[in-house]
Write a new protein. Structure first.
Length: 275
């Protein structure tokens, strides 16, 4: 049983890409000018996906990158950012209460009250665990922001010099490729797997060899034995007795574990049910 992560590929203006690398095609600027380009479909897909790949032409100006980022930010999509550690809770009375653990924060009480006043909020409790800007507070108040990891795929690296490629390789969240010559496509796949933060778990029926062809894919935040059982079928956990685990998460092979055991990538598991 396999879970496929949703990936959106966004393509800049005037760049022809290899269709073998494409999942979703569309022009973001065309969304504003005409109804062509499937810009709205791209945005809706980007808000529900687990990873965004922005394909850029290394021979085109870097302003194309900023154009896409600006459009995504306008629709509440934040790339390669963690949700702010800001607690915001409305209340019926008591005014604005603001507290933080940061010494000399960027936002003071007056700035917080000014932002709340823009949204006609006069009673709320706000706590900041770290130092943030006004935009971060606005994102929390709006409550509709999506935080998605993003990889900038730089295509046509066969047409630049080695020195330019070395400079580009130092940039964060970048992956240089050449789709025509199929350069570094395996590196892009590995980078996608790393950014998706997934765990592969192989099943082993009793008395048989493990099935390495169809792993069960889990997210690292939800990769316990119970999550594994629920991924296959929700009725399995009701008859669960224990599990045998081989792999990095096991202290010995096999290890008998309960439903709260945390699995790691490429573990092998065998479920034992109650009689």
């Amino acid at each position: 049983m396999r879970t496929r992560a949703s990936v959106a590929l966004l393509i800049t203006l005037g760049v022809r890409q290899d269709p073998r690398c494409s999942y979703t095609l569309g022009s973001l600027r065309a969304r504003k000018v005409t109804a062509k380009g499937r810009g709205r479909q791209v945005i809706s897909t980007a808000r529900t996906c687990n990873l965004i790949l922005i394909i850029l032409d290394c021979l085109k100006p870097i302003t194309h990158k900023r154009l896409i980022e600006k459009e995504l930010e306008g629709f509440g999509i934040r790339l390669n950012k963690d949700p702010p550690k800001i607690t915001f809770k409305k209340k019926d009375k008591g005014g604005i209460n603001f507290s933080t653990t940061v010494i000399n924060p960027t936002l003071d009480m007056d700035a917080v009250k000014a932002v709340c006043a823009e949204y006609r909020i006069h009673n709320a409790d706000i706590f900041m665990g770290e130092d943030y800007e006004v935009d971060d507070l606005v994102d929390v108040i709006e409550g509709s922001r999506i935080y998605v990891p993003c990889i900038y795929v730089i295509n046509k690296i066969d047409q630049i010099t080695l020195e330019e490629l070395q400079v580009m390789d130092k940039l964060p969240h970048y992956c240089p490729v050449c789709s025509f010559l199929e350069w570094n496509l395996d590196g892009l796949v590995e980078m996608c797997w790393e950014y998706l933060d997934l765990v592969r778990v192989y099943t082993k029926p009793k008395g048989k060899l493990p099935d390495f062809n169809e792993p069960v894919v889990l997210h690292k935040g939800k990769c316990t034995v119970e999550d594994f059982c629920n991924k296959i079928h929700k009725t399995i956990i009701a008859n669960f007795k224990f599990a045998l685990v081989w792999g990095a998460s096991a202290k010995h092979r096999p290890q008998r574990v309960g439903k709260d055991h945390i699995l790691e990538d490429e573990d092998i598991i065998q479920i034992v049910k109650k009689i």
